[in-house]
Design a protein around this ligand. Sequence first.
Ligand SMILES: [Zn+2]
Length: 296
Amino acid sequence: MKFGDLELYILSDGTHTEDGGGMFEYFPKDIWANYKVESKTPYKPDDHNNISMASNCLLIKHPEGNVLVETGIHDKTRNYVKYHNIVKKPSLMESMKSAGFRPSDIDLVINSHLNPDHIGWNTVCVDGKLKPAFENAKYLIQKREFKTALNPGFELKNDYFSVEMDIIPLEASGNLELIDGEKEVFPGIFLVPTPGHTRGHQSVIIKAEQKTMLYAADMAAMVMNQEKPRCKMAFDALGREECWMTKKELLYDKAAENGWFTYFYHEPSFSIGIINKIANARGETEYKVRKVENQL
Ligand SMILES: [Zn+2]
């Protein structure tokens, strides 16, 4: 679909599940399980308290090259696939092919952070060796995130278990590029550090003609995480105050005040919405995300 002078493609890497309580932290189950998005209740849990999640990567066709934001969910480890009920129908590679792109067409890969559900197709196994799946691409990662992933310590070790498979081979092949803070990678495409979910987490701001889109990634993964200012994930590495500061500045003071588009990687209902400030029944500020996927 057109976005200003850019072309955007939503590329699915299938579905998986995550514990519902983990996604909405201290919000009561009664609230998240019945939460309405576009008049449906997408977070209704199954018998194991799991909710359905998407991995919708974003491909940006830019005059200077093709940018892939996120590479889907890790499926090289059997236990992880089983635990998260990962079903790749379609996989990122299949989605990419349907959209008319080959892996070698990608010039930049952006990973918001290095948890396994965002870096799955960074590498592929060729003749028993792990190689970059996007051989011509530079993979852009925050230096801070890379450092944390290499030395996560006891508490964060599981969050980065796949780094050996999905990141280290990129360093060896010379495809990895570490970014230190904010950076405009192509005209109008900005990387912005957004610490909270992880220490070195980054979001992407896409400006094209008069339009702006925020890819918040796991700073506010689902519609409910964006609409409710205090709704963070139990999986966030940093605390409530740090997560709030990041969200307030970028998501609410900028995106919601200025009617930016927002892109969701994990939300199962839709990928592109617009975030606006509203007043609730008590006159307090809240936010509402409206689906606009087919009307950009
Ligand atoms: Zn995630």
